[in-house]
Design a protein. Structure first.
Length: 438
């Protein structure tokens, strides 16, 4: 029965694109769930549109519609999180790319309300696993950060069915009766290579691992430091997972017995996440795994939800921290490098948790030691990702600074103590010059 309904709604990618209104906002999935068929082909139909706005997050590939100047004024990619392709386009001066500041748990609501208020038709072009013919349901696959929110608000829903997309449990089900059109497009789900930590990152990770107690619920980001932390947690007991992003290291911790989700306050027995990005091994492990629950980012990343987990530990990285404790994680000066993502969401949730900890980690220097990442003041135009009044723990390879509840003078001393020794005297002089040290 459902297969017949499916066939009636099946279109080619060209037919589906040409069915879109001339003035339209199209939202695609995050990262490895982005609709590659749509994104790779939409530029071919430039003349069909008066104004096409595409909303993305962490684009995994370069796409012609935002790479070329010829599409300026007609096609634009607004992104919640910059990645190398979008960053490159922006730095090349193209007006086809722009950044949307946000906290990740609001990505599926605040921007969409703005789009609706402009009177634009809102289309969700999602990527899904193949339909179950016996019940007519698709799975949203490896991202539900904002996808379900968009699906529920969209004026029109088109699903790109990828036979290589894993089927995942949680709030991921969309029924064929709720869909306007389906297209079929088989493509390999993008992977993210594991980053081997450096010696410095391992040192930082050891300080962080010492802050994680048995029975904690963890959120771990990506990169060398988080990967190193995970490797040092294998001797912990009864850890749980409530995280924006499910990472490769969590499989290793599950298989060695460190993660079992038995002591979680919220969603006991389940690893809760909003999206995944990693290796083919991870996608295979997640496929039809009832122990991992993919829930909408509006819920997973809500600080008030995160805080319901006792002993919540949030571990994120930063670009720089100033002596007040202001954290920059997404920009280099005025240059947008990545995005806020869920860092502030998870950090705030952790510090509101009973016995929770919000941890910001960074190497003490950048550019081969030429720049101190602990700084008196951030560059002009720098974006603050975690305000000073939220900061809790800051960790470098030289130690841990616990800033929560500390005065400004105390913060200055603590942060200088974990700065690279080559910069400590300079930081003291600069701090006195502007009145941080009396």
């Amino acid at each position: 029965m459902w297969k017949n309904v499916y066939n009636e709604k099946l279109k080619s990618i060209e037919e589906a694109i040409l069915s879109l209104p001339k003035t339209v906002t199209v939202v695609v999935g995050l990262a490895a769930s982005e609709a590659q068929g749509f994104l790779s082909n939409v530029h071919k139909y430039k003349d069909h549109f008066d104004s096409l706005r595409v909303l993305t997050c962490l684009d995994m590939k370069e796409y012609p519609f935002f790479e070329n100047k010829e599409y300026e004024g007609k096609m634009v990619n607004h992104s919640w999180f910059f990645s190398p392709p979008t960053r490159k386009a922006r730095e090349n001066g193209l007006k086809t790319v722009d950044y949307i500041p946000n906290n990740l748990h609001m990505a599926g609501t605040d921007k969409l309300v703005a789009e609706k208020n402009e009177g634009r038709t809102l289309v969700f072009w999602g990527t899904v696993s193949p339909m179950h013919e016996d019940n007519g349901f698709f799975s949203l696959g490896i991202s539900n950060v904002y996808e379900m929110e968009v699906f529920e608000q969209a004026d029109r829903v088109i699903l790109e069915v990828n036979d290589q997309m894993p089927f995942l449990h949680g709030e991921t089900g969309i029924h064929i009766n709720q869909v306007d059109a389906v297209v079929e497009n088989s493509w390999e789900v993008p992977t993210l290579p594991a980053v081997e930590p450096t010696e410095t990152e391992v040192t930082i990770a050891q300080y962080i691992a010492d802050l994680v107690e048995d029975g904690s619920t963890i959120q771990i980001g990506i990169g060398g430091i988080p990967n190193a932390v995970a490797k040092l947690l294998d001797n912990k007991k009864d850890l749980g997972v409530h995280t924006e992003m499910f990472t490769e290291s969590m499989i290793d911790l599950f298989e060695c017995g460190a993660i079992n989700n038995t002591k979680k306050t919220l969603w006991r027995g389940k690893s809760v996440c909003a999206f995944a990005l990693g290796s083919k091994r991870m996608y295979k492990w997640l496929n039809d795994n009832p122990g991992v629950w993919f829930m909408r980012g509006h819920y997973v990343n809500d600080p008030y939800v995160i805080a319901q987990n006792d002993n919540m530990i949030s571990i994120n990285t930063a670009i720089s921290v100033d002596l007040q404790g202001q954290v920059v994680s997404e920009a280099i000066g005025a240059r947008q490098f990545s995005g806020t993502g869920g860092q502030l969401d998870t950090h705030r949730g952790a510090i509101k948790s009973k016995n929770g900890k919000g941890i910001i980690a960074l190497r003490s220097t950048a550019k081969n030691g030429k720049i101190s990442t602990i700084t008196v003041a951030h560059p002009k135009g720098a974006t603050i990702s975690v305000p000073r009044h939220d900061v809790d723990y800051v960790v470098t390879e030289f130690g841990v600074a616990h800033l929560r509840g500390k005065s400004l003078s105390e913060r200055v001393k603590l942060l200088i103590s974990i700065a690279h020794p080559n910069y400590r005297e300079q930081l003291k002089r600069e701090a006195k010059e502007i009145g941080y040290i009396l």
